[in-house]
Design a protein around this ligand. Structure first.
Ligand code: COA
Length: 372
């Protein structure tokens, strides 16, 4: 068995930002328009009026201040309320491949490597832009990498599950290196017309480069141990799938976008994640007190505060459990990798940390690393 190291990470951040105030202003205009258009039904008691959203609620409930998106104009247009990403010709790069490639190139450059060093590309994300050919194969081709590629989807845990998959192949010797790429265009599956969730997501792409430890040139993190777990739940769900046409259900339906029972997710996922991390650390022989940093899934600040306290047995010191969700919102599988990428360079040789993601499925993935 070979040792595995993370030798580079990369983040693609879109140029357009939506603040809470901008988001709320657009939503409230949309709600007023909808209420005016449906005044008769509301008056007759057959439709509920849409209530206004508020920036105060969003920051208090989630900790999110801004989100990056690929297209701000479409999202903030009260008569549209979703991004406008014009369809691309088959011979042009797809959106996911394009932003994934940007992150992948940054990860390779951070590792001091090139596409020639890549044996495998996994595109691991919550949604795929098309059924086939795999987005991973398109990224492989755009990068000019050899080897092979494939797609995988475990919603918010796609990145950590991808890292375990890649690490296992490197450990066993079937490959020497892998890029795990997470292009998350969450703005396209978020229901911006629902005030319960319209603030939750943003767009980003991340990439993690893993190599056989012996091939490592510079700074790196040894992958000490990985663990994945799943438990079925309908509390985060999206019913949009390829059988939709066969069900004669092509109309604009709420469940074709992101749906969640946020309160239940909150209550059920917290104990699941805390126990998962405790068991993983115990089995890997790593004491919670040895962890210098936690890079957690970025969905909700209160959730992260709770998990940090549960794992460490005390309130984390500033910087021990860095959040990026205030700037990026929830970016699905990419969140913990953004936190890792932006808040790990100061660690010293021998320092240990834990990357952990969780979300739909339910799914939980954790990666214990040590600065090498
Ligand atoms: N503006 C103002 N009020 C709002 C609002 C908004 N945008 N959205 C909801 N409210 C109202 C609700 O209608 C509710 O009113 P009520 O008490 O009169 O019924 C109240 O605020 C509380 O809403 P609730 O949905 O219970 O809020 P919450 O504290 O549970 O926070 C989440 C909502 C989604 C932020 C929170 O549940 C969460 O983060 N859950 C985990 C989500 C998660 O990790 N998901 C993974 C996704 S991949």
């Amino acid at each position: 068995m070979h040792d595995v190291a993370i030798t580079g990470t990369g983040v693609f951040t879109p140029s357009q930002i939506i603040t809470n105030d901008e988001l709320v202003a657009a939503f409230n205009k949309y709600a007023d328009l909808w209420n005016a258009e449906n005044a008769a039904a509301i008056e007759a008691g057959v439709a509920e009026p849409k209530e206004h959203s508020s920036s105060e609620f969003i920051i208090a409930a989630s900790g999110i201040e801004n989100r990056y998106v690929l297209d701000k104009e479409g999202v903030l247009d009260p008569s549209r309320m979703f991004p406008s990403l014009p369809s691309r010709a088959d011979d042009e790069p797809g959106y996911m491949a394009e932003i994934g490639c940007d992150a992948a190139q940054k990860a390779l450059s951070a590792a001091g490597c090139s596409a020639a060093d890549v044996d495998l590309v996994i595109c691991a994300a919550s949604n795929m832009e098309r059924a086939y050919p795999a987005i991973g194969v398109e990224i492989q081709q755009l990068l000019g990498a050899g080897g092979f590629a494939f797609d995988m989807n475990v919603a918010c845990s796609s990145a950590t599950f991808g890292i375990q998959t890649a690490a296992d192949m490197i450990r066993s010797g079937s490959i020497q290196s892998a890029l795990v790429v997470n292009p998350e265009i969450c703005s396209a599956h978020l229901e911006w017309r629902d005030r319960d969730c319209h603030f939750i997501f943003g767009d980003v792409a991340t990439a993690t480069f893993l190599q056989r430890d012996q091939a490592v040139k510079g700074d790196h993190f040894k992958v000490l141990s990985t663990r994945c777990a799943t438990q079925f739940s309908n509390n985060i769900r999206n019913n949009n799938g390829y059988l939709r046409r066969t069900h004669d259900q092509m109309e604009d339906r709420r469940d074709m976008q992101f749906m969640q029972n946020g309160r239940k997710v909150f209550k059920e996922v917290l104990p699941l994640v805390s126990q998962h991390i405790a068991d993983h650390l115990a089995d890997a022989g790593v004491a919670a007190g040895d962890l210098r940093r936690l890079w957690l899934h970025q969905a909700n600040k209160t959730m992260n505060d709770y998990i940090g306290k549960k794992v460490l047995g005390r309130t984390p010191e500033p910087g021990e459990q860095p959040n990026i969700l205030q700037d990026y919102a929830n970016t699905s599988s990419a969140g913990s990798i953004i936190a890792f990428s932006k808040h790990s360079s100061d660690l010293e040789n021998g320092d240990k940390g834990l990357i952990c993601s969780f979300g739909a499925g339910y799914s939980v993935g954790s990666v214990i690393v040590e600065k090498g």
